[in-house]
Design a protein around this ligand. Sequence first.
Ligand code: NAG
Length: 496
Amino acid sequence: MKRLSLLLAVALGLAATVSARSAVIECWFVEDAGGGKLAKKPAALLLRQGAESPPPRPDLAPERYLKVHDPAGALQAAFRRYPRDAPAPRCEMSLYVPLPASAKWLSGLTPEQSCPRALDGTWLMVSMSSPFLSLSSLLRPQSEPLPEPALITMATAVLTVFTHTPTPRIRMGQDALLDLSFAYVPLTPKAATSLVPGPPPFGLEWRRQHLGKGHLLLAVTPGLNGQVPAAQEGSVAFAAWDDDEPWGPWTGNGTFWLPAVQPSQEGTYLATVHLPYLQGQITLELAVQKPPKVALTPAPLVWAAPGEAPPELLCLVSHFYPSQGLEVEWELRGGPEGRFQKAEGQRWLSALRHHSDGSVSLSAHLQPPPVTSEQHGARYACRVHHPSLPALGRSAEVTLQVAGLSGPSLEDGIGLFLSAFLLLGLLKALSWAAAYLLATQNSTEKVQHSTFLYFSHLILSAFPSSSPEGGCWPGGQNPALEFTQTCIKSCHLKQA
Ligand SMILES: *[C@@H]1O[C@H](CO)[C@@H](O)[C@H](O)[C@H]1NC(C)=O
């Protein structure tokens, strides 16, 4: 019984997986409607299909309901890592016209001057984008839709280019690795025997678009001899076919590597794979981020008397990028009204300071209102939110000490010990001096005693004899008092 329910659960799980990875992608067919206007018509792509016949779509024109034949498995590979619960990618398709690449360094791809007849006919370019995928595929539809039951047009994915990192966020100063995969299925397999078997030469191009200007970063043409522009900004690409099957289909890797990324390298990256007369292009949006450092002064304690305002708090938020999206909140933690609340008071932000590496800093200020003795031990915190940080942000805090309420801290204790040590030495020296005076100048005991009393008084006045709330000193006894008393006893002993 247990095993049966387990099987059932597995089966249900599988069913959920299959249905969640919807095999139908809704799309828009976009075309020029003249007069600078675009017309959009609904379309759909059936990417995968089981044994059953495709679902009928009477709402779509048959030439815009496409069943995609994908011999290279590129579309499946592209969707393999697509999160199940994520919305489907945005999809657009349009007519495509095969053309030779215009760049000189790509002229080796199309030595013959005319487009081969095999490429004649209709081509569609499909573009899909989502936070998880950027994909472009050139489809070659068949001229006639399949007959009933569902009117659908078969189309072959000839060249597909995609990335799983369409919006890479790179930590400032770290290397960017922008992944790019592509696949190609020759239209005329064995028939075109004039060609040498194996994957064809191709061109790979990475550029950055910034303020409307394209900037070529990397150009390679594996398998072709010829001059290519030099790589810029230390970029490198892994440009190679993964396999050398004689007749295809083939998959390739055009992953791009950019070292030590700086804010100036943010922008839209265009990756293009060139094959003779065919181009597949995708875009990626690279963002650079640097999380802020957060420090609060004064630290670790801030003092105030009851009914008075503590000094102004300064939260230094430094060396972050970008400047947009930064938020600073002030909190009061562990106060009398509960564990956590927004801190009251006047707050303001400084202007941005720009650093040579492109990062920025600013300081946030809080002037807290007067405190009450119940707030003793509460903590002021500045919490910083920034796109580079996890949702909780990053914070720094300072503990409020309401004067007259604090017990001696460790530092106080050490200070006390040190002063006691020094005073002991001083008293010893004084008693020796007094004894010396007594011996040489035949002075009386009175001199020594009055010096002694004077210093005892000094020590005692340095410490309050007891805390206002009582019980401040351990055992209710002022340690300084204890010390002087012991000292007076022992000094008297010495004297005796
Ligand atoms: C492409 O090459 C890079 C670098 O060798 C590698 O990290 C990446 O996994 C490759 N991508 C694929 C899809 O094989």
